[in-house]
Design a protein around this ligand. Sequence first.
Ligand code: ATP
Ligand code: MG
Length: 227
Amino acid sequence: MQLAASIRELRKDYVLSGETVHALRGVSFDVPEGDYISIMGPSGSGKSTLLNLLGCLDRPTAGNFLLGPDDVARMTDDQLAETRATRIGFVFQSYNLLPALTVVENIEVPLYYSGRLTRESQQKCIELAELVGLGDRLDHRPMQLSGGQQQRVAIARSLVNDPRFMLADEPTGNLDSSTTEEILDLLARLNDEGRTIILVTHENEVAARTCRTIWLRDGEIMTDERK
Ligand SMILES: Nc1ncnc2c1ncn2[C@@H]1O[C@H](COP(=O)(O)OP(=O)(O)OP(=O)(O)O)[C@@H](O)[C@H]1O
Ligand SMILES: [Mg+2]
């Protein structure tokens, strides 16, 4: 089976005013293409640290991370940025939308930064807004949207370069239960289309919608179970 990612003995230390925090202490697992994984564990167990490494937002202290066939440790900063922009979709708990921009403009932002904004790609952003159910909100600004709608804009934005690998750090953490279901329906659809998804959550109901749950504690994997 094709692997979307392979993680071996991944470690991350943070050094802060002379103190070293071992946020990840040697984490290993494989991610088959099309997998849908939840990462759970207590606060401070290293969930966001792991997701940030997988998202190429940060580099590990030690260990290996292959994204598809590519060794992320060997990438230059430019290659890392390119990988982030084109191969990985990242969704955060706080939607990180730009308040002055409309729904469509927010979805366009990654294209703008990577110099890929064309008339054609603008049309694609409208289609993405429609895909996430915001076809009738194209010109709204974030303030004029509900939390769930804002998260859907953030998800559409993460899809703009058609990544195969999606990461979400507590994507429903700020949402009520019915809006959470909407977002989970959307993620399930994206997974059905063959995208690999890894999400961090504190909620059992959210983890129940994924295929596999990895539990972290003190920077180590406690259990890794497929349903
Ligand atoms: N930039 C940083 N500098 C120093 N220490 C950090 C940094 N980021 C995280 N840590 C520490 O690393 C450990 C793991 O943090 P991490 O954010 O990965 O936890 P988490 O599992 O995502 O927690 P939460 O559920 O609260 O979001 C914590 O002890 C944290 O204090
Ligand atoms: Mg976290």
